[in-house]
Design a binder for this molecule. Structure first.
Ligand SMILES: Nc1nc2c(ncn2[C@@H]2O[C@H](COP(=O)(O)OP(=O)(O)OP(=O)(O)O)[C@@H](O)[C@H]2O)c(=O)[nH]1
Length: 224
């Protein structure tokens, strides 16, 4: 069955909150997208200082708590010598985050990847763990936040590759553009809020003002 379903009914709701734990998640590769232009920021968002380290390093450390391997998708790997991980290049350069997801899926040695952006200071390892718990039988598992679907805090399977290519070849760059071609499970806003009540996991920083606000822990823009 293709199309978008909510994460299913009572049994899944009962399962929510049971995925916490220190273990690494098997069969999932962590992915940090860092191939953007940072035009609104005016300088590379990924290396902005955050809590004493570059923002991307903060995110990398959190992802490394979850996955045996975390990779960064970037066309400028030389900017990240401090990250001890593989750097993967886009095969559709300049086409946005969907191209980054595509490159990561092609690279990945696991069937599933967990994708976050390099400009999200408060990713939720707990939420990623929960989302990954629902991966079997689904091609995309993503949460709904207070601004709608959050495809940059989500799980994708290799089954998505041909459909992403179809989209990119037709210059359809929105991440959701292929969702009608695969099996998508959405963690509803209610379910997401149970795990991540503040929803700040989805906040990202696009501008200098948002960066400054985020340092003061204020509410900032959505990732989409
Ligand atoms: N691999 C890859 N990642 C990208 C690409 N475009 C954006 N991203 C990443 O996707 C996430 C969201 O990016 P945006 O904030 O929408 O775009 P941006 O280019 O970084 O910033 P702006 O130039 O201000 O729009 C960030 O982690 C980006 O690094 C791309 O073409 N390839």
């Amino acid at each position: 069955m293709f199309g978008i379903d909510r994460i299913g009914g009572a049994p899944a709701d009962e399962n929510l909150g049971h995925a916490a734990g220190p273990e690494l998640l098997p069969n999932v590769t962590g992915v940090i997208l860092a191939g953007g232009q940072s035009r609104r920021m005016g300088s590379n968002k990924a290396v902005l200082p955050y809590g004493g380290v570059p923002l991307i390093e903060r995110i990398y450390r959190q992802m490394s708590e979850l996955f045996v391997e975390t990779v960064v998708v970037t066309n400028t790997p030389e900017l990240y010598p401090f990250l001890p991980c593989p750097k993967v290049k886009d095969q559709y350069p300049g086409m946005g985050p969907l191209a980054g997801i595509h490159a990561a899926l092609n690279y990945s040695r696991t069937r599933y990847i967990a994708v976050v952006a390099c400009d999200m200071p408060w990713i939720s390892t707990r939420l990623i763990r929960e989302l990954a718990g629902f991966r079997d039988g689904s091609d995309v598992i993503l949460p709904e936040g207070d601004h709608g679907l959050e495809p940059l805090h989500a799980i994708y399977s290799k089954e998505c590759i041909p459909f992403i290519e179809e989209s990119l070849n037709a210059d359809r760059r929105r991440i959701v553009s292929f969702f009608d071609r695969v099996k998508v499970q959405v963690m509803t806003l209610d379910q997401t809020s149970q795990i991540e009540p503040s929803l700040r996991a989805f906040r990202n920083i696009n501008t200098v003002q948002e960066y400054q606000q985020s340092l003061e822990n204020q509410v900032i823009g959505s990732t989409r």
